[in-house]
Write a protein of this length. Structure first.
Length: 468
């Protein structure tokens, strides 16, 4: 296992580290108060251990990041890069004695180019802020994680995040054209391009996307943009069973339709939303399917999909007439996680992705796992690409219930692999799924990935203990 060669720094070593960092950083960028540094110890994942950082650094320039990495490399101190810490796998959790390198102050949009359809941004730019900025130019940055009002582009790149629109527009990896990356020893490396096409050499850019800060520190990104699409219209279809809703998904995709959004909520999630927001969804709803189209004339598409839903057994199909009605229909989906959190106070959100044709098997399997462990587990899914989010609700103050929650989480991941899927579609591996990554890619795959890690980070100081 590639691990940092350092242990938690004693007081003298910590003082030396701080002094060395301050030689190339303004005082306000170096935080050492234990009460403050402790607040940077972890992201939003459950069941993921976190250590105590020696120092938190908030650089504003590429040169300051280089200084941090040169210092850390010389002193053999681990570095944990962080964005907004909205992650759900422990990938941003601190290790004992580390430098937490928070990139949130590097938040400038450096360029928006409507001709080349690119944006050049620093890693701390908030996803929603970029979307609004490019929208003023008639452009569109599609990746939209649920946390888009808080999460950063750097974090999105680190975990190769997705969102509600992935079924049509794809995930973050498909929009990253080039990167500037500070390596473990402080050198600056540029990958990729600004052009629409380019195949020179190995695709180093894709290697960094999804690497969770284990290979280098992204300090600048060239992102592809699209023309802003028309306002989407939404259709909601209620079903008497999850299998019928999943059958509708298969019919929609097999029929060649290209929705801009295709989401499913199981009965547990629908009930939780009803309990929280009193939206008036029928108590008999076993699954709710939401489909949207952003074509110039979405009416015929909605009508065709509505007919497919009815053929699959939908008990009610409600198409929106305008953007306001569409937003009302989407409210239930947007409230899903908040509603499930209200069930028991704490949630553990899985991220299993399966082939679309096995989506019904996954949802039915989760129902059996929930019954076995006597837990509430709701499933919401990006149905169009098979990316499910089974959400385990539990009382963190109850040791037995917490144990059952963790066991059910693992059983869901095992089920996903059995169905030909993957342990994560957009949340990353981090600490939470290290064991499961090894199961998914096998010993040869792990060996090759560790070899790549060794090339970029021979001292093992970059985000140690994550992924492997």
């Amino acid at each position: 296992m590639i691990m940092s060669r350092t242990e938690a720094a004693p007081d003298q070593a910590r003082g030396d580290l701080t002094e060395r960092l301050l030689a190339g950083l303004p005082a306000e960028a170096v935080l050492t108060d234990p009460d403050i540094t402790a607040s940077y110890a972890n992201d939003m994942a459950s069941f993921c251990p976190a250590g105590s950082p020696a120092v938190v650094v908030l650089p504003r320039t590429v040169e300051e990041v280089q200084h941090v990495m040169r210092t850390a490399s010389e002193l053999r101190v681990p570095v944990v890069p962080q964005g907004a810490r909205t992650g759900l796998s422990g990938g941003a959790n601190a290790s004992d004695g580390c430098v937490v390198l928070s990139l949130t102050k590097m938040d400038r949009i450096l360029e928006i180019n409507p001709v080349d359809r690119i944006a050049v941004v620093e890693p701390g730019v908030i996803n929603a802020a970029l979307s609004r900025a490019v929208g003023e130019h008639g452009l569109y940055y599609p990746p939209d994680p649920s946390s888009w009002e808080m999460c950063t582009i750097g974090g999105n790149i680190g975990t190769a995040s997705g969102g509600l629109c992935c079924v049509k527009y794809g995930v973050t990896a498909e929009y990253v054209l080039g990167l500037d990356v500070v390596l473990a020893d402080g050198r600056l490396m540029s990958t990729g391009r600004r052009t629409a096409k380019g195949v020179a050499g190995y695709d180093m850019t894709r290697l960094f996307v999804g690497s969770e800060g284990s290979l280098g520190i992204v300090v600048r990104a060239v992102l592809a943009l699209r023309p802003q699409p028309p306002q989407q219209l939404v259709l909601a279809a209620e079903f008497a069973s999850a299998s019928a809703a999943c059958d509708a998904v298969c019919r929609i995709m097999a029929g060649g339709h290209v929705p801009s959004l295709l989401e499913i909520m199981d009965r547990t999630t629908v009930k939780a939303v009803n309990d929280l927001a009193h939206m008036g969804l029928p108590d008999t709803t076993e699954a709710l399917l939401l489909a949207a189209f952003d074509t110039p004339d979405p009416g015929p598409d909605l009508a065709a999909v509505g007919a497919l839903c009815e053929a699959a057994g939908a008990t009610q199909v409600v198409p929106a007439d305008d953007a306001a009605e569409s937003e009302l229909l989407l409210q239930a989906r947007r409230l899903s996680l908040t509603a499930l959190e209200a069930v028991r106070g704490v949630t553990m959100i899985d991220d299993v992705c399966v082939p679309r044709s096995r989506l019904g098997d996954l949802i039915e399997g989760v129902e059996r796992i929930a019954e076995k462990h006597q837990l509430t587990i709701g499933v919401v899914a990006h149905a169009g690409d098979g990316n499910t989010h089974p959400t385990v609700c539990f009382d963190a103050g109850d040791p037995d219930e917490s144990r059952r929650a963790r066991e059910s989480f693992d059983e869901i991941m095992a089920l996903g692999l059995e169905l030909g899927g993957t342990i994560t579609g957009e949340h990353g591996v981090g600490v939470l799924k290290k064991e499961w990554l090894a199961r998914e890619i096998g010993p040869v795959g792990i060996e090759m990935q560790r070899g790549i890690k060794q090339v970029f980070d021979p001292l093992g100081i970059l985000n140690p203990g994550k992924l492997f």
